[in-house]
Write a protein that binds this ligand. Structure first.
Ligand SMILES: [Zn+2]
Ligand SMILES: [Zn+2]
Length: 174
């Protein structure tokens, strides 16, 4: 039996079931769904449970406290009661039901979107390169002329927009 399994058996034998007790996380009013590891970093040990999942555990039964599912999950993601692993305030941003900091969640999804955007632009560049490679000299020249015209009209629109805001400012200054 692994140390992790032994400690969980000992917990049950000596301290009974944590289910239904009050969660010890500050301000939490939910009931515990089991014993959670609330020890400080110094006493924590790491190993694998029977299913190859990495688990934190401690020899010291006093490190285990009743925790609700949300707070058990939260501690699995790291950080402490006040700050998430990236340093976001728990009080300001809160924790999702899976235990992840809400701010981290939105940062992750933005990072994913930006990565997606880069891939999209790279794919587009690649497609354009392939299309140009397949073009005849005439087609290429027509494409370049079209791009020059697009750039010219874009700059003209930008100039027009800039001078109209200048006029606006001059109007409101009077
Ligand atoms: Zn809780
Ligand atoms: Zn966070």
């Amino acid at each position: 039996m692994s140390g992790y399994e032994r400690v969980h058996q000992e917990l049950k034998a000596r301290r009974g079931n944590a289910v239904g007790r009050r969660c010890v996380a500050p301000g939490c009013t939910r009931l515990a769904d089991g014993w959670g590891l609330v020890g400080d970093e110094g006493t924590l040990r790491f190993s694998e449970d029977g299913h190859g999942k990495r688990v934190r555990w401690s020899d010291d039964l006093a490190d285990y406290k009743p925790l609700c599912m949300t707070h058990n999950n939260q501690l699995d993601h790291g950080g402490d009661w006040l700050l998430c692993p990236r340093g976001h305030s728990r009080a300001a941003f809160g924790v999702a039901a899976d235990g992840m900091c809400r701010r981290c969640k939105s940062e992750r999804s933005r990072e994913d979107r930006e990565r997606g955007g880069d891939q999209y632009r790279a794919r587009n560049r690649e497609r354009m390169r392939a299309r140009r490679a397949a073009m005849s000299a005439d087609e290429l020249e027509r494409l370049r002329a079209r791009q020059r015209e697009n750039n010219r009209s874009y700059r003209a629109r930008k100039r027009a927009a800039a001078s109209s805001t200048k006029t606006l400012h001059a109007d409101s200054a009077q």
